[in-house]
Ligand binder design. Structure first.
Ligand code: SF4
Ligand code: SF4
Length: 379
């Protein structure tokens, strides 16, 4: 019996594996919907790399042509970024009508529910009310409260919570607020592209953050999209003996000339991916940068892809395979690439029941409501 077959004798793993296979291959792009934003956050890669200088076409003919071309190319999943996508609800609707998608928003403008009922949206938050306000609004506005209000009990919404190395002590209270607002949480790790240093400096390492995130997953397994394995890989930059960076990064625009050397180095990469600029025609190196130093990259979405594409590195033991599959499945659930409700139930079971590497010792969770919570696999 092959190792894979042996691992899949576990009914839960088998069900998740089959659901991912049945969903079929993901052929993703990232797309900047606009170069405008209603905020100017300290540490925003978009502005740090001058992407706001990109000229956005006045009418939608170029945009519509891009969608036609991408559909013809076989694209089936769009990560919508920017700028602030909520400024362009009409373009959001056009993408929603044709593709699976995910939107990154700062949460200040409520994206209409009507007609966009199944659209996953990740609301960016960078700390507790004070930290988030300081980093993203010069301390002048309580952005977190506004976003909580806009997305209370909205089934589409989850918090994309970016934690800085020195701010682990804020995590539990922030997570509680997000959960009490009726939303789930996916962690991200602050890159400090503006080199603010101190508590924000990624060179301090994310040890304290990693421990606290692991604790949150164990405490609230049914409200977390982050898995113990994903937390470990992003925060350590380590995957099966390899170190994260440009040479192993999997989400690089396939038609961006300077990426060719990387694409010929023998490491797996996504052969469909393009990071498309807000001119709706040109591409850049990757979703989160042009010239940016990859040492500062702790982006969760990119690490998801790194894990998912490297299935073969996760066949050495049942435990490692299980860590890989649960993380892959989490990606499929958060992006609604599998049936969402059934997928949440399975992910809940996996997060609660399956042993995970890197998980802290089990503790009794507090009383909580039953709150239901990964493609590159070819058929
Ligand atoms: S909300 Fe997002 S796009 Fe706008 S400035 Fe902040 S990080 Fe950048
Ligand atoms: S900054 Fe871009 S190219 Fe560098 S590792 Fe991150 S996603 Fe990859």
């Amino acid at each position: 019996m092959s190792r894979l077959k042996a691992y899949l004798s576990d009914p839960l793993l088998k069900t998740m594996y089959d659901r991912v296979r049945d969903a079929g291959p993901v052929r993703p792009i990232s797309l900047d919907l606009t170069s405008k934003c209603n905020l100017r956050c300290s540490g925003c890669y978009y502005y740090a790399e001058g992407m706001d200088k990109i000229e956005v076409p006045r009418d939608d003919s170029t945009f519509d042509r891009l969608l036609d071309d991408e559909e013809a190319r076989g694209t089936n999943f769009v990560t919508v970024v920017g700028g602030e996508p909520a400024l362009e609800p009409g373009r959001l609707r056009k993408i929603y009508a044709r593709f699976k998608m995910n939107v990154a928003t700062n949460g200040l403008i409520r994206i209409p529910f009507e007609g966009l009922e199944e659209m996953p949206l990740g609301i960016a938050i960078w700390g507790n009310h004070k930290t988030d306000s300081k980093l993203r609004a010069d301390g002048k506005r309580d952005l977190f409260s506004a976003a909580l209000e806009n997305y209370r009990n909205d089934p589409r919404a989850f918090w994309y919570y970016t934690v800085a190395p020195g701010r682990a002590d804020e995590i539990e209270r922030v997570v509680e607020e997000c959960i009490n607002n009726g939303n789930r949480v996916l962690f991200n790790y602050y890159s400090d592209v503006s080199r603010l240093g101190g508590e924000l400096d990624y060179q301090r390492g994310f040890d304290a953050v990693r421990r606290e995130v692991d604790r949150m997953i164990s405490l609230y397994p049914n409200q977390m999209y982050t898995t113990h394995y994903l937390n470990n890989v992003v925060s350590t930059g380590q995957l099966a003996g390899e170190r994260w960076g440009y040479d192993v990064c999997t989400n690089l625009s396939v038609d961006y000339g300077p990426n060719q050397e990387r694409q010929n180095n023998g490491k797996p990469y996504n052969r469909h991916f393009r990071a498309i600029n807000a001119d709706f025609s040109t591409t850049r190196r990757c979703c989160t940068g042009v010239d940016r130093d990859c040492d500062s990259c702790f982006d969760t979405w990119e690490h998801f892809s790194w894990i998912m594409i490297n299935m073969r590195k996760h066949l050495g033991s049942r435990q490692v395979f299980s860590d890989w599959l649960v993380t892959m499945f989490a990606f499929y659930v958060v992006n609604r690439l599998v049936d969402f409700d059934a997928g949440l139930e399975l992910l809940n079971s996996a997060q609660s029941e399956l042993p995970a590497n890197h998980a802290p010792p089990k503790r009794q969770p507090p009383q909580q409501e039953s709150f239901v919570q990964p493609r590159y696999l070819r058929k």
